[in-house]
Design a protein around this ligand. Sequence first.
Ligand SMILES: Nc1ncnc2c1ncn2[C@@H]1O[C@H](COP(=O)(O)OP(=O)(O)OP(=O)(O)O)[C@@H](O)[C@H]1O
Length: 272
Amino acid sequence: MIEFRDVRKEFPDGTVAVEHFSLVIPSRETTVLVGSSGSGKTTLLRMINRMVDPSSGAVEIDGENVLEIDPVRLRRRIGYVMQNSGLLPHRKVVDNIATVPLLNGTPKRQARERALQLMDTVGLDRAMADRYPSQLSGGQQQRVGVARGLAVDPNILLMDEPFGAVDPIVRADLQQELRRLQQSLGKTVVFVTHDIDEAFLLGDQVVILQQGGRIAQRGTPAEILAAPADDFVATFIGADRGKRELRVREVGGRRVLVDGDGRPAGVLTETP
Ligand SMILES: Nc1ncnc2c1ncn2[C@@H]1O[C@H](COP(=O)(O)OP(=O)(O)OP(=O)(O)O)[C@@H](O)[C@H]1O
């Protein structure tokens, strides 16, 4: 479990990115921080692995204040996946994935074998192992980024807009892959996005943020959809435009669900 207790972050230039932020992030689930630009999502994420330290308050992992854990040790046991994959351009795919295990002292052959297994896990053809990142598509690069994040077999995986830079079709593919991975691996995933659809798709817990890291609403996607806390949330999730409302329409004897604009969303079937 990760816990934020009344966290505040003021940067040296006086910018207060986050104030009075408290949140419990349960283990083995996906928590999504979603909000518009500048709401403090990245700052919050980076406080978990000490890329940023809080000005006051505490961030705890299983009851231990992260400030008491050496930052290098901490980062080597927490996976971190970012937008544009953050791969080292002059290193082959397999070496990019194996970077942190090698730093941790894993023997080279073992680290390489594990990297190849992780390529299978994230759906990358092993034939790409000896390519350089620039020889991969954007979606493939992101898969390498995810494999690298998983390479130390972390309990915690931090993901900062990992699919933000790829086209919508590849993005949908990566999202499904992550859902599948999450079901089989059961990591504690903290995922940052500004895309509410992505948040609802991936999050067990969704936290909608306003400026300063103020929590507008926190809950399961269903809870938020069923009862948006205020106008801000309603607008943010599109409920105010009827975008989220589905209605039943009879078409050729089948019951089709249509959204607020009348576009089909799916077919309704009886559960046995
Ligand atoms: N190193 C820094 N020095 C000063 N201000 C910073 C620094 N890093 C972030 N900020 C400011 O803190 C606030 C929160 O930034 P943060 O990057 O956490 O937001 P975000 O929600 O992740 O935004 P985005 O979606 O654009 O990445 C912003 O006002 C930002 O300008």
